[in-house]
Design a protein around this ligand. Structure first.
Ligand SMILES: [Zn+2]
Length: 264
């Protein structure tokens, strides 16, 4: 899938979590609904940090381009080191390490730890990264036409404002994890979810996604999980734009109403 569909599906997925959480008696305060949806929309672009042409690899200028090269090498090395006889040889790391459940969990846990132990500045940095990505994903065309600096400014101001809102008592910094010292622990959840939703999106497009690594399946450890071939579609095809995108909008909107206690 392309950036907008990845981001929209990420946002919708978090709104779905919000609706389920409300149903289970852990309703999110509205800032947690909003910020989580935006983080998840941003995180849903993150696995493509292993590809130079991806939005995320260009989103932060030379910094993300350098990180992209490191991640691509790390992914390729991991692929070579862990592949079984059934896994084909390959030249680069795209759609390998960063497209697995283990990577999603590790990255989410890392950001949660940073938020819990790093204080306000860590939260601001996490919000900034994901707000910039959310803008790139959700406002795809507009972000393409404006300069990087404008997108960064928008990311920085929204991160600053949202951090203030979240920090007020009762506004969601202690959602789900209520003990002292657990503020912002939840922030890794939309990050894990965004990564997984990205993998599902990729699995639906032609080549599948090795999301189960390192769990071996037959003679492969990098098994490309996906639906039967006739159900797959090309990234950027009419199915994605005319069918899935409106569905994500509707489902996300419905779930938002549930998450905020308007319905249900
Ligand atoms: Zn991908």
């Amino acid at each position: 899938m392309m950036g907008p569909a990845h981001s929209l599906s990420g946002a919708a997925a978090w709104l779905g979590v919000g609706a389920v959480a409300a149903g289970l008696g852990h309703p999110m305060p509205w800032p947690t609904v909003l910020v989580g949806a935006l983080i998840c929309a941003g995180a849903a672009l993150a696995p493509d940090l292993d590809h130079q042409a991806a939005t995320i690899s260009r989103a932060f200028g030379p910094l993300s381009r350098a990180l992209c090269r490191v991640v691509d090498r790390l992914a390729h090395a991991t692929y070579k080191a862990t592949r079984k006889p059934g896994d084909p040889r390959r030249a680069g790391g795209h759609r390998t390490l960063t497209h697995t459940w283990l990577w999603a969990v590790l990255v989410g846990a890392g950001f949660s730890a940073a938020a819990v132990y790093g204080g306000r500045w860590a939260v601001l940095v996490i919000l900034f990264i994901h707000m910039v990505l959310a803008v790139e994903g959700l406002l795809w065309r507009q972000a393409r036409m404006s300069s990087d600096v404008l997108v960064w400014l928008l990311g920085a101001t929204s991160a600053w404002m949202l951090a203030d809102v979240l920090d007020d008592p009762g506004n969601g910094k202690d959602w789900l994890f209520t003990q002292p010292g657990q503020h912002y622990l939840w922030i890794g959840l939309p990050i894990v979810l965004g990564s997984l939703v990205h993998c599902i999106g990729d699995a639906l497009t032609v080549s599948g996604c090795p999301v189960l690594w390192p769990i071996p399946i037959g003679r492969r450890r990098w098994y490309p999980v996906g639906p039967p071939r006739f159900m797959r579609f090309r990234a950027g095809s009419w199915v994605e734009i005319k069918v899935l995108t409106p569905v994500f909008f509707l489902v996300g909107g419905g779930c938002a109403l549930g998450a905020l206690g308007v319905i249900g």
